[in-house]
Design a protein. Structure first.
Length: 218
């Protein structure tokens, strides 16, 4: 544990990388190590819209604050992203309340003990719900990415992984984007843009691999 005197000192891992701001005239500003302002602006940029329920926004703010304070204790990055998964699970439970009731009813009818559905089952419920606005392909694309979040949550909870991402915090950024789109009722256009971006990135990676393969044979 850090000493009391060093509590407000930046963690060494938090300042390894550098960033640069644009000047008012559009030119590139000076490069400087990541600082508290960078961490705060990154976290604030992950905010959920007003359309999201207040209890969900409050839960999400806990993840944002963990992200900010990871400047002082880098392991808080993983804690923030773990809480990100907790928020997503809460969203799924809110949005799939009717399916959860039906799930419990069927278990009781079959003589099974009553229990809440797990993350995997909630994802299945949510996938069916999103089919109201998404095509099969779009719903499957979103499902696969949310399932990846579930797997990361499990790997962290089971002590298989401790640091999920470097200071980009891309998991929280992307999660806040799709949650925002969902609550603003813009999920379809967002998923379509996400799919297009993913296709472009995959094509670029294939081209890099193919170019490297050709160069290795010449």
């Amino acid at each position: 544990m850090k000493s009391f005197e060093s509590l407000l000192n930046a963690h060494p891992s938090s300042t390894i990388l550098s960033y640069s701001k644009r000047n008012p005239d559009g030119s590139q500003g000076p490069w400087r190590p990541l600082d508290l302002e960078f961490y705060y602006s990154n976290a604030k940029g992950c905010s959920l819209p007003e359309e999201a329920p207040e209890d969900i926004r409050q839960m999400w703010e806990t993840a944002q604050h963990l992200l900010v304070y990871s400047y002082f204790e880098y392991s808080f990055v993983s804690a923030a992203e773990l809480h990100c998964a907790v928020v997503v699970e809460a969203v799924l439970r809110n949005e799939c309340a009717d399916q959860i009731v039906e799930y419990s009813r069927k278990r009781i009818e079959k003589g099974k003990s009553e229990r809440d559905p797990g993350f995997s089952e909630l994802l299945g419920f949510f996938k069916k719900k999103t089919r109201e606005v998404l095509t099969n392909q779009e719903a499957q694309f979103l499902y696969e990415r949310l399932d990846a979040l579930r797997e990361l949550r499990n790997s962290f909870a089971h002590a298989e992984r401790r640091t999920l991402y470097p200071p980009g915090q891309s998991l929280m950024i992307r999660t806040s984007e799709w949650l925002g789109a969902y609550y603003r009722k813009e999920l379809k256009s967002f998923v379509q843009k996400w799919m297009k971006y993913s296709d472009e990135r995959n094509r670029e990676l294939r081209e890099v691999v193919e170019r490297a393969r050709r160069e290795s044979t010449t």
